[in-house]
Design a protein around this ligand. Structure first.
Ligand code: C2E
Ligand code: CA
Ligand code: CA
Length: 609
């Protein structure tokens, strides 16, 4: 070990010996080897000196008066300031020297006198090196400790951040869950959450027979009109207002959900009596029929409510919701603004309708439709001027089905578009056949009923033209029957549509006239050829000729517009007499003939011509 290393371990030595000669020799020798040496002659001084400026090593004589080396060493070791200082005992050979005790009191080594300075130096160097190594270890330990602490702090910070992230994540998850189970506009539970609650209610009622619940299906009667005329912002405002009304009429434990658009549902739980559910529905109807104030506007939403009572034979919430929906449709069919309680018969009817809907999809391909023809007679000449084509459905199992039982479904499903096209083509073709066979048919027309879905097709006019050219029928031999509502629904587009029709010389008549719009101003604007007086007005004419006023007014109106009046549903001779009397132009009805198939219709022609 060289000197620089030595110095880095320190070379400050305290020599304690009561023999001045020893001190002198030792200090001289050590100093000569580059050590700093301090000398003290007794234990008391030694303790003070060591504490004040701790040396790197102590050479300690054992045998001293007052305080011997053992005691000094013990005291040094007892003091925090000095306990780390290595102590090498010095003992004379003739001293009674207890080596074990020397180590017990904390000495690290011992040297016996008379000593050789070389031995002392080696032992000192050895101890200092040990001490240096120890302090190096301590330093490294301290550094390590610090690093560990730093790392721990960093780790704790990271863990802290992680916890924050997790908390944030949980919050987001919670929010997403909330969003996925609630409607964004009204904040009400959505269909999914309602289904969960329904399922639980079902299970509860299966466990406990006294537990009663009911489901209300609510559909606003006038939402579409309000939304279309006031815009979506008002529509949204109305839905929010309605959702508050629904919440206001129910208890906290009930579930008020928004299903879609203007459809809501309420699960009423823990009822004392099913009658309570009807009471809630009636309270709701009452509130919803009253005006809802929205930014100075008074809106009348109105609602129809279907009610289904919880019963153990239900398998799941979907079935309950389905039946509440069916009951709601019944409430609508009964005239809206009311509630209806579901019963099995309703379900059977819905099943029947859905069967019809399914079958209807195949009916065209299977060629199950046919046309019946009802003659339209001129009241002036008594001759047939035309036929109204009326569709029939020859169902393979149910037999002949009348349009009243399937046209509405065809309209709802859009099937009316291809069906209506078939009717037009078939009717035109039939008249062409008659025209070729029978001369009187050449001046006749065929009258075909249209549906609103058909005329909304952008290429409807083109399709008409194609049918005329394909069948070879002249446009003036075709008459289309439209209702007032159909004309009003199309707004400005109606003029364009009617002009496109008139450009092909096709005639136009207004069907069921008098039952739709009361506004007559459109009659001036539209190129109409005839008004068909609704059957209800004709059939109210009695044998004494009473109740003719409306019929008379319509005929007068038609004539003042320069167009024809055609009476529908003439069943008796006195109705015919009255109509003739009032100057009605044409008429149809059972009095002349029921609608009949093409062969019978053909056979009718000679009779009337
Ligand atoms: P609508 O256009 O008012 O047709 C007249 C209906 O009155 C026909 O019923 C006809 O059979 C019936 N009828 C005729 N004369 C008399 C009578 O003297 N007394 C009584 N009680 N009824 C009479 P139908 O054939 O059952 O048709 C019902 C409705 O179905 C039609 O009413 C029409 O709106 C619709 N419809 C019929 N065929 C078609 C079609 O091809 N397309 C479209 N879109 N609708 C059609
Ligand atoms: Ca008609
Ligand atoms: Ca009619």
């Amino acid at each position: 070990m060289n000197n620089t290393q030595l110095n880095s371990f320190g070379g400050n030595i305290l020599v304690i010996d009561d023999t001045p000669d020893n001190l002198r020799v030792l200090s001289a020798s050590l100093m000569g080897r580059g050590y700093q040496v301090r000398c003290v002659k007794n234990g008391a001084m030694a303790l003070i000196t060591a504490k004040k400026a701790p040396p790197d090593l102590i050479l300690l004589d054992i045998k001293m008066p007052e305080m011997d080396g053992y005691e000094v060493c013990e005291k040094l070791k007892a003091d925090v300031h000095t306990r780390e200082i290595p102590v090498i005992f010095l003992s004379a050979l003739d001293d009674v020297f207890d080596k074990v005790k020397a180590f017990q009191v904390g000495g690290v080594d011992y040297i016996t006198k008379p000593f050789q300075i070389e031995e002392i130096v080696v032992r000192i160097q050895h101890q200092l090196a040990l001490r240096a190594a120890k302090s190096k270890i301590e330093q490294l330990n301290a550094e390590l400790e610090q690093k560990v602490q730093q790392r721990t702090a960093q780790l704790e910070e990271v863990i802290g951040k992680l916890h924050q992230e997790i908390a944030k994540h949980k919050q987001t998850q919670q929010k997403l869950l909330q969003q996925s189970l609630h409607d964004a506009l009204t904040g009400l539970p959505n269909r999914t959450l309602l289904m969960e609650h329904l399922q639980k209610a079902l299970q509860r009622s299966q466990r406990n027979k006294n537990y009663l619940f009911a489901l209300l299906f609510i559909d606003l009667d006038r939402f579409k009109i309000i939304n279309d005329s006031w815009g979506h912002a008002v529509g949204d405002g109305l839905l929010i207002a309605v959702s508050r009304i629904l919440k206001g009429c129910t208890r906290e434990a009930d579930t008020v959900a928004r299903l879609s658009g203007d459809e809501f549902a309420i699960l009423l739980e823990d009822l004392k009596d099913f009658q309570d559910a009807i009471a809630v529905a009636e309270r709701l109807l009452d509130k919803l029929i009253s005006p809802i104030h929205l930014e100075e506007r008074k809106l009348f939403a109105g609602a129809s409510i279907g009610i289904v009572f919880g019963a153990t034979n239900y398998q799941n919430g979907t079935e309950l919701l389905r039946d509440a929906d069916i009951a709601m449709y019944r409430a609508k069919a009964l005239g809206k603004g009311r509630c209806a309680v579901f019963d099995r018969e309703m379900y059977a009817q819905t099943l029947h309708l859905s069967q019809i809907e399914t079958d209807l999809r195949y009916a065209l391909d299977r060629q199950e439709f046919l046309l019946y023809y009802q003659p339209i007679v001129s009241l002036a000449t008594g001759k047939v001027t035309g036929f109204e084509a009326l569709i029939r459905w020859q169902h393979p199992e149910k037999g002949l089905i009348y349009p009243g039982d399937f046209i509405a479904i065809a309209e709802e499903t859009g099937l009316i578009v291809p069906i209506g096209e078939w009717v037009l083509r078939e009717a035109c073709q039939q008249l062409c056949i008659w025209q070729q066979k029978l001369p009187p048919a050449s001046s006749m027309y065929i009258s075909v009923n249209l549906s609103s879905r058909q005329i909304k097709q952008f290429d409807f006019v083109d399709k008409l033209a194609k049918i005329l050219s394909d069948t070879g029928l002249d446009g003036q031999n075709l008459r289309l029957e439209l209702t007032e509502t159909m004309l009003m629904d199309r707004g400005e587009k109606t003029i364009e549509l009617l002009s496109g029709i008139k450009a092909q010389k096709i005639q136009l008549s207004i069907d069921d006239f008098g039952t739709g719009y009361s506004c007559l101003s459109y009659l001036h604007r539209f190129p109409i050829d005839a008004l068909k007086i609704d059957r209800s007005f004709v059939s109210s004419i009695d044998a004494q000729g009473n109740n003719c006023e409306i019929v008379k007014t319509i005929i007068t109106l038609a004539h003042s517009l320069g167009i024809k009046a055609i009476a529908e549903g003439v069943e008796t001779s006195y109705q015919l007499a009255q109509l003739r009397n009032l100057g009605c132009d044409e008429a149809q009805g059972y009095f002349f003939s029921q609608p009949v198939n093409c062969h019978l219709a053909e056979a009718l022609l000679p009779k009337y011509n």
